[in-house]
Design a protein. Structure first.
Length: 710
């Protein structure tokens, strides 16, 4: 049996006329599969946001961090709505593996199913239901069928309701009522007398943690009269229990429906044991003196070390998990827009930084772009604006209306932006300001002290993520600059030779690698080289630059291909590096169509002949560069007919996990044969786009194409 609780109903919503559609549907669904809690989310019109419309079985604060969630958020209800599928999480370990943000906030043993509420043409929202931790780890077929059918029925009813009433609004939450069979009976009085005689304390808590009953022993052990305890939350009315660790045990018991316990010290030195027995209507708590002081000393939490309220902590932890995934500044902005803005009800945001004495827009969402550029970007750091003051002074500013903002900053809003309330949050990391986060709200908004504290905490998390992201972006720019400096900016135009080249860094690391290529004029010849230094980091790139310079120098003084390879090998050994390198060197004579090639452990080149046939050139070769000072590199001479295309590449183009190298070479040859006499740039793009290894980019990829006799 359930009762309606409107204590947490959204203030701006009203239950539509008639039967409470969502509440009844959710209650029926939970009864059908014996779930003990759940919630219905509705998709906000015009926004990719799911809003919690009604909950059942447990207080709304259990899901407070997810009352408003972005449709792209990695949580079960968002996945269910976005992908139109049932999401099943069978227990605590699976939740930690698949949805770590939820596991951080609710690290309890329970099972969860989330389903879309959708018709074939429209997604209305999503539903989740939970079971106690005793539920089997697999969702049964009959449970799946009943849940799916119930969500389909709800979607059709919402479709009809939206046509009749417009936007469907939230309803009051549902909580179980105590069993009326025992209320008001003689047995109830006698039960109270029985409990009063017991030597240990007994307390009854409702689903919100409020004390509904406490016997005399409990009042004595807690040090408070029973009359002062009734109607209050245990951790609020007893000062030495005001620690999130103890409230966490209450939440764990209710969500998992498992017996839980904790130990606490009543000042000055009395240790008490609390054992919590849950059911779907609340908790029975047994309180007794602990027997083993040594065990209690090891197990008890440190009083006063935790933050004040668990719900606020939960919200911060959940969003902190999202920000740890941000690598670049753009990632921070996107995650802030997708995760934080919906959670706090903001409709727009802009993140500002400073450079050269002026404010700079790092990114924004929800604002019209011309307004952002005009009002924020380029503002001098001496200007009297809330964004500058927040960045320079380090203090947040909250404006609940346009009147208040314009009263303090009359020049700030010469051009209206369409919003009615703002929060200016300084982003402070490592003791220094790194930017300002501006959250804008479509309607007037009061910012109570608790909300200001949450927003300020979130600003600290955004600041840390932004500082890391700015460092990452700086390294990324440095890596790309170094890569561009070490590789040829363009290939020379040589008589009788057309060339095209491509380079792709591996997707892991700093987007910089050790692969290199070059085309060197050596009249009457042309020399081409391609190589691969181990690794894709700054060290490999630096060594690559030295080898490329060395090859150019040895070519310029007229060394033969075999001699160039031997000289480069000795140089690598003399540099004392532990890195090895593969290399392929080609000396072309366009006039005669002859090519002399030397190879040091490098993949063989491919030759596309004018008749359309492709050959894998079987070249003589020696070991990798840097292995042995006495290594020899024999050469192979090849005849190239006019119009022949020579493809030199590094192993990142053909090697990928689980792929046979022979099959990969055959596939590359087939793709090359498809190109015929197409322009070299088109050939290069086709080879990269059609290569599975190049798409995965587990390694750097370099490609050098040479067409002879044109």
């Amino acid at each position: 049996m359930v009762c309606v609780s409107d204590a947490h109903a959204p203030p701006d919503t009203a239950t539509p006329a008639g039967r409470p559609l969502l509440s009844l549907a959710l209650a029926s669904m939970m009864d059908a599969v014996h779930a003990h809690s759940g919630a219905v989310y509705l998709l906000t019109p015009g926004e990719p946001v799911l809003e919690m419309a009604v909950t059942a079985g447990l207080p709304r604060q259990f899901a407070a961090p997810w009352e408003r969630v972005g449709l792209s958020a990695p949580i079960p209800v968002a996945d269910a709505a976005r992908e139109r599928r049932l999401v099943w999480v069978g227990g605590e370990q699976e939740m930690a593996r698949r949805y770590p943000r939820i596991a951080v906030v609710l690290p309890y043993h329970f099972a969860l199913a989330a389903l879309p509420v959708a018709t074939p043409t429209k997604v209305h929202g999503a539903v989740f239901v939970t079971w106690p931790g005793s539920h089997p780890p697999v969702l049964s077929g009959w449970e799946r069928g009943r849940l799916t059918a119930a969500c389909d029925r709800l979607a059709l009813r919402l479709e009809r309701a939206s046509q009749d009433h417009g936007r469907f609004r939230g309803e009051a939450d549902l909580l179980p009522m105590p069993d009326p069979a025992i209320a008001g009976t003689l047995g109830t009085v006698e039960s109270a007398r029985l409990l009063a005689r017991l030597p240990y304390g007994l307390v009854s808590l409702d689903l919100h943690g409020r004390i509904a009953f406490a016997n005399g022993a409990a009042a004595e052990l807690l040090g408070r009269p029973a009359g002062e305890l009734l109607g209050t939350q245990l951790w609020s009315s007893v000062p030495w229990l005001d620690d999130p660790v103890y409230e966490d045990r209450y939440r764990a018991a209710l969500l998992s429906q498992h017996v839980t316990s904790f130990l606490a010290m009543r000042p000055p030195g009395t240790w008490l044991s609390f054992r919590l027995y849950p059911d779907t209507t609340g908790l029975s708590v047994r309180i007794s003196r602990a027997r083993s002081v040594a065990q209690l000393t090891r197990s008890a939490p440190d009083p006063g070390t935790g933050p004040g309220r668990l719900v606020s902590i939960s919200q911060v932890l959940s969003l902190a998990g999202a920000l740890t995934e941000a690598a670049s500044v753009e990632d921070v902005i996107q995650l802030t827009a997708d995760e934080i803005a919906p959670a706090v009800g903001s409709q727009a945001l802009v993140i500002l930084g400073s450079r050269a004495g002026r404010m700079r827009v790092l990114g924004h969402r929800g604002y019209p772009e011309p307004y952002v550029v005009e009002q924020f970007d380029g503002t001098p750091m001496s200007a009297q604006t809330p964004g500058v003051h927040a960045l320079r002074g380090g203090a947040p500013a909250f404006f609940d209306s346009r009147d208040e903002l314009e009263r303090l900053y009359p020049a700030r809003h010469a051009i209206p932006d369409g919003f009615a309330a703002w929060a200016y949050l300084p982003l402070i990391a490592s003791g220094r300001p790194v930017g300002t986060c501006v959250l804008a709200y479509a309607e007037r908004r009061a910012f109570p002290a608790e909300e200001r504290a949450v927003l300020t905490n979130l600003a600290g998390l955004i600041a840390q993520a932004l500082e890391r992201a700015q460092l990452y972006d700086a390294k990324h720019r440095l890596a790309h600059g170094l890569q561009e400096a070490l590789l040829p900016s363009s290939l020379p135009v040589l008589p009788g030779v057309r060339a095209a080249a491509r380079y792709l860094p591996a997707t892991q690391g700093m987007d910089i690698g050790g692969d290199f290529y070059d085309l060197v004029p050596a009249p009457p010849f042309a020399a081409a080289v391609i190589g691969d230094v181990q690794g894709h980091n700054v060290t490999a790139a630096g060594m690559m630059g030295q080898l490329r310079t060395a090859v150019r120098a040895y070519t310029a003084v007229g060394q033969a291909p075999a001699r160039v390879m031997r000289s480069t090998n000795r140089l690598l050994l003399e540099l004392g590096s532990e890195l090895l390198a593969s290399c392929l060197y080609v000396r072309l004579d366009p006039a005669s169509g002859r090519a002399v090639m030397a190879r040091a452990g490098h993949p063989p080149p491919l030759l596309l002949r004018p008749d359309g046939k492709v050959r894998v050139l079987d070249l003589a070769g020696g070991p990798l560069l840097g292995v042995a000072p006495t290594a020899r590199y024999p050469t192979t001479e090849i005849d190239l007919a006019a119009g022949s295309l020579l493809a030199l590449y590094t192993d990142g183009l053909v090697e990928s996990p689980g792929t046979d190298i022979e099959d990969a070479l055959a596939a590359l040859g087939a793709r090359l044969g498809e190109c015929g006499d197409a322009p070299l740039d088109e050939v290069a793009d086709h080879l990269l786009a059609s290569s599975p290894a190049a798409r995965e980019r587990a390694d750097d990829v370099a490609l050098l194409l040479l067409r002879v006799g044109e």
